[in-house]
Design a protein around this ligand. Structure first.
Ligand code: NDP
Length: 526
């Protein structure tokens, strides 16, 4: 027990702005280790992820003084570019961010280099190694290395092999520091391919060197789920089947497939969103408290959730799963084409762009409580949130005046666009008559602290520099998620009435409420 004066004094908190002792100590513990200098090698640096996410996040970290000097970034891809061309491409991608602070950009840009490679030619990776060892203009490069695979999934196994065989994965031997590899979702396209990818990673890297990235996990509001649940004594006792009626996890997008049709036609919504983001959110909501806030303790608890997932009733798919594909429509006042009319999509494609599924977790805590997971493109609104709907009061003492049913309490954890936690409960409407009014108690996450919010890619890059794997996936969880989803994918992809399974929805029409109505009409037993 801490002495009284050391404990956080919550006082009368203004939920939006207060900083408690607990928050301060958490901030200290997360930032307490300093990263060591390193060289970041981005494979696939001519692509979308590099210019939209990786380099902007690095630049922001650099501006905040979070990256230790000296560091260098070496962009690699087949496209022929020189250092100057790569810097110019990145500057354009950063857009407005560079205008305000040219001096900062210039200093950062000097650390960006480019090296052309051929993914299938080992000598090209050996030459990259020589370049990394010799440095630039007489200045050596840090021997700690992060290899970031920003390439299509189909190239990952090949590239991992090239990195390994050319000796770039080695760590600890003379002249080398540590070596880490970052790999982006999707991790394979089913259980078998995920295991094969992992075997090739483990041929050359040890588990502590492998960082499997799911950027959802690094969103502040997602990280906050564990703080909310386990740093407060009042929620955990009701976080179970006795009090919770259902949990709904939504990730709705208004965007379509954009320029990623090649990938999406192979993936669809189940591989793109469910295997990773949705299953991760499910685990954070359903897991038991870990014994400590440490990478493996947290990941152990998530794995226990996946082990308890009830096998999906693939013989009754339509009762538990709704799949859809967007047709033409209007989104935010703009006419948009249907999925089948998007460039690169087959005109007869049966790839689902929307899915809503009901999942059960067969354990002591959650037996019988449905978890609804929904994600889709070209929806009526862009929203990511989690709603916990509590059970009705066991007996309504107000039934003589208000009738039998009282609207239930709801706790909503907003991830996007509202980064907030809201609790809906009933109060007496002021006045002489007995009537109830639902009210909401609201906590807005960034209130007064907008500058402190860290973008997901910044957080993950920083954690990778520190070697902290807490927010990265462990292979056992990847495989358990595939074990759950692969039978569903197989059943959907091989069933004779595949097109009948698909609900063709008009773009811009399905918002959260419409999805709920759809679940109620299409899924049995709701
Ligand atoms: P891109 O499609 O933009 O490809 C990246 C680079 O890979 C290309 O610039 C290209 O460079 C190289 N490449 C090599 N072979 C091929 C090929 N057959 N088809 C296409 N490109 C090829 O990928 P992203 O940057 O969008 O994504 C990289 C990884 O990150 C993927 O695994 C993706 O799933 C994942 N990801 C991406 C997100 C995003 O927002 N973009 C979000 C989350 C994950 P060159 O030809 O010069 O060698």
């Amino acid at each position: 027990m801490k002495p009284e004066d050391e404990q956080a004094d919550p006082g009368l908190l203004d939920l939006g702005t207060a900083t408690t002792g607990t928050e301060r100590s958490m901030a200290t513990s997360i930032g307490e280790k300093d990263p060591e200098s390193f060289t970041l090698v981005i494979i696939g640096a001519s692509g979308d992820l590099t210019e939209r996410k990786i380099v902007p996040a690095l630049f922001d970290l650099y501006r905040k003084g979070e990256i230790p000097a000296p560091f260098r970034v070496v962009g690699c891809a087949r496209t022929h570019l020189d250092d100057q061309g790569f810097r110019e491409k990145m500057r354009k991608a950063l857009g407005k961010k560079t205008r305000s602070s040219d001096a900062e950009w210039k200093a950062f840009a000097e650390r960006l280099h480019y090296w052309s490679i051929d993914y299938s030619d080992e000598s090209s990776f050996v030459a990259l190694g020589t370049f990394l060892n010799s440095g630039v203009q007489g200045q050596g490069m840090a021997q700690n290395r992060i290899f970031y695979l920003a390439i299509p999934p189909s190239l990952c196994e090949l590239t991992v092999g090239m990195i390994g065989r050319s000796g770039l994965a080695a760590e600890g031997t003379e002249g080398y520091g540590w070596s880490r590899i970052v790999i982006e979702k999707p991790f394979g396209r089913d259980l078998k391919s995920a295991a094969a990818l992992d075997r090739s990673l483990h041929e050359h890297f040890n588990e502590h060197q492998i960082f499997r990235m799911d950027h959802y996990l690094a969103k502040e509001t997602v990280q906050n789920i564990l703080m909310f649940r386990f740093a407060n004594a009042i929620f955990e006792p009701i976080w179970n089947r006795r009090y919770v009626d259902s949990v709904t996890i939504r990730a709705l997008e208004t965007l379509g497939v954009e320029h990623r049709a090649g990938y999406y036609e192979q993936a669809g919504v189940l591989r793109d969103m469910f295997q990773n983001h949705m299953m991760q959110l499910l685990a954070l909501m359903a897991m038991d408290p870990p014994s400590a806030f440490e990478a493996d303790r947290v990941r152990d608890e998530k794995v226990r959730v996946y082990r308890s997932l009830r096998p999906f009733p693939v013989g009754r798919l339509n009762d538990y799963l709704i799949l859809g594909q967007y047709g033409p429509g209007v989104v935010r006042g703009k006419e948009v084409p249907g999925y089948r009319e998007e460039p690169g999509v087959r005109p007869t494609s049966l790839i689902p762009t929307f899915a809503s599924m009901r999942v059960f977790i067969d354990n002591w805590r959650w037996q019988g409580t449905p978890f609804y997971l929904t994600s889709g493109k070209r929806m009526g609104e862009k929203v990511t949130n989690i709603t916990i709907q509590f059970k009705e009061v066991p007996h309504s003492v107000f039934r003589n005046v208000l009738g039998e049913h009282i609207a239930v309490n709801c706790l909503t954890m907003g991830i996007y666009p509202d980064e907030r936690i809201s609790l809906m409960f009933q109060t007496k409407h002021p006045g002489p008559r007995v009537s109830l009014t639902p009210v909401t108690m609201d906590f807005r996450y960034a209130q007064g602290q907008e500058d402190a919010l860290m973008e997901a890619y910044e957080k993950l890059l920083l954690d990778c520099m520190l070697g902290d794997q807490m927010l990265f996936l462990r292979q056992d969880s990847v495989e358990l998620c595939w074990s759950f989803l692969t039978p569903i994918l197989n059943a959907c992809e091989t069933c004779s009435d595949r097109s009948e399974m698909l609900l063709f929805y008009e773009s811009g029409t399905l918002d959260a409420e419409a999805v709920e109505r759809l679940n109620r009409t299409r899924m049995v037993g709701i």
